[in-house]
Design a protein around this ligand. Structure first.
Ligand code: FAD
Length: 426
């Protein structure tokens, strides 16, 4: 336990400290989880005093840049049992909380406060304005209406638990200002600085590693195909036995798209251990077997003997990709199907179904990225998102060892956690 250092307080803070029955909820971090907890707590406890301390000059800065500036606010998956499957870390912890506040509740929360939402084809939910500012205006407006105090430029640098029951939590900013709360919430996202403070409170911090990144593949012929996408590929990482599926996109530096981002999330820890140096096998044809594709190419050779091989793709991939595979298989530009050699046919089948690409490094996916790692989940009571080590200490959002694949699930964890903290805090 840390020592409680006597600190000077401003007259206002001293008064707050001893202001009788008014309960004070102090929240560190003005992001998604912090705002949601504050607004819910204010609705539940109209007489409580609620303060958010934010280190930056702006609150909700991640909401602003999220989803490419559009804010993918949640995902249209309304069944908690299905929803938890999108969380490589936090699946079990979130099962109960999602039965209390799920994706549909998030949608209703924003829509009932004047932010119409739309569901896109792939299930991602955005404001119809396509502007993250709509979400920011809604949260800031609701916080102001509820009388929540939001203080910016307040970087918290010390956390002091109450020394005796009935005393308050105390925090100290880097400028030496002190603030007090009957309850303290840490909604600080992926901050190594705050994780160090939390570990001094006796909590275990699971080592943070990046999640949701794209794969660098140093093959100039692949880079020339940048922009080409297939709707359903399968990506395997033989070293880790990991397999993901979904749309796959060729970029100027390698491969991206949901199939890759999913692999980066589920494999976040292993891929970091490999130092982002590993092989992947790609099937561009929704998992069709190499045997069936080989058979189809043989038939093509018989039935279209006089036609040029790279004239038209015989399988469902873009023609430019097919032409590149023909080149890689050693076919010449005007080669006809009749002249396709056995080794070339085998090579084509291999490229379509199980070609190995060497990954050397990763790149940031600018639309969404998160950190895997954070406060160890076994040390948190998810009925309240409260510490099992300290009473009246709450966590929600990315500060916890919870993260999801791309698609709005990361915000959903922050909304759900924030809402439950706000409900349970007093
Ligand atoms: C580029 C990008 C795009 C994204 N897009 C999406 C998306 O579209 N959909 C989705 O679901 N997820 C998205 N995410 C992930 C999502 O933004 C996070 O999961 C979410 O913001 C977590 O919310 P939070 O409240 O836990 O943390 P944050 O939003 O990170 O908020 C934490 C706050 O705490 C403050 N803070 C930290 N330390 C201190 C301190 N010592 N004192 C005071 N304040 C402090 C920070 O300044 C920050 O404002 C995206 C992430 C990124 C980086």
């Amino acid at each position: 336990m840390l020592q409680f250092h006597p600190l000077s307080c401003s007259p206002m803070e001293s008064a707050e400290m001893f202001s009788g029955d008014t309960r004070h909820f102090l929240i560190i971090g003005g992001g998604a989880a912090g705002f949601f907890a504050a607004i819910r707590a204010a609705e539940m406890n109209p007489n409580a005093k609620i303060t958010i301390l934010e280190q930056g000059k702006e609150t909700l800065s991640k909401v602003r840049i999220s989803g490419g500036g559009r804010c993918n606010v949640t995902h249209a998956c309304f069944d908690p049992t299905e929803l938890v499957k999108f969380y490589p870390r936090g699946k079990n912890a979130l099962r109960g909380p999602f039965t209390r506040f799920c994706t549909g509740d998030t949608m209703e929360w924003f829509e009932s406060r004047g932010v119409p939402l739309k569901i896109e084809e792939d299930g991602r939910v955005f404001p119809t304005s396509d502007q993250s500012q709509s979400i920011i205006n809604c949260l800031e407006g609701a916080a102001a209406k509820a009388g929540i105090t939001v203080l910016k430029h307040k970087k918290v640098a010390q956390l002091y638990p109450p020394e005796e029951p009935g005393q308050r939590w105390k925090v100290l900013t880097i400028k030496g200002e002190s603030y007090y709360g009957d309850a303290l919430m840490l909604a600080t996202g992926s901050s190594k600085f705050v994780w160090d403070l939390i570990s001094h409170l006796g909590h275990t911090i699971v080592q943070p590693v990046p999640s949701l990144f794209t794969f660098n593949i140093a093959l100039p012929w692949l880079h020339q195909l940048a922009g080409i996408a297939v709707p359903n590929a399968i990506v395997k990482i033989p070293k880790s036995k990991l397999e993901t599926d979904g749309p796959l996109l060729i970029t100027h530096w390698g491969l991206s798209g949901p199939a890759i981002l999913k692999a980066s999330a589920w494999g976040a820890r292993e891929l970091e251990a490999y130092n982002y140096d590993f092989d992947i096998k790609v099937n561009w044809l929704a998992g069709r077997s190499r045997e069936s594709v080989t058979e189809q190419l043989r038939q093509e050779k018989q039935e279209n003997a006089r036609k040029k091989i790279d004239g038209r793709a015989p399988v469902e991939i873009p023609t430019r990709l097919w032409k590149a595979f023909c080149q890689q298989a050693g076919c010449t530009e005007d080669q006809r199907w009749a002249d396709l050699r056995k080794d070339q046919l085998n090579k084509l089948a291999e490229f379509l179904c199980e070609h190995t690409f060497p990954v050397k490094g990763k790149s940031t996916f600018k639309d969404e990225f998160v950190t895997a790692g954070g406060v160890e989940l076994k040390e948190v009571n998810f009925k309240k998102f409260e510490s099992k080590i300290h009473d009246n200490l709450f966590f929600a959002g990315e500060v916890l060892n919870i993260d999801a694949v791309t698609g709005g699930f990361n915000f959903q964890a922050a909304w759900t956690g924030g809402w439950i903290v706000g409900t349970e805090v007093f």
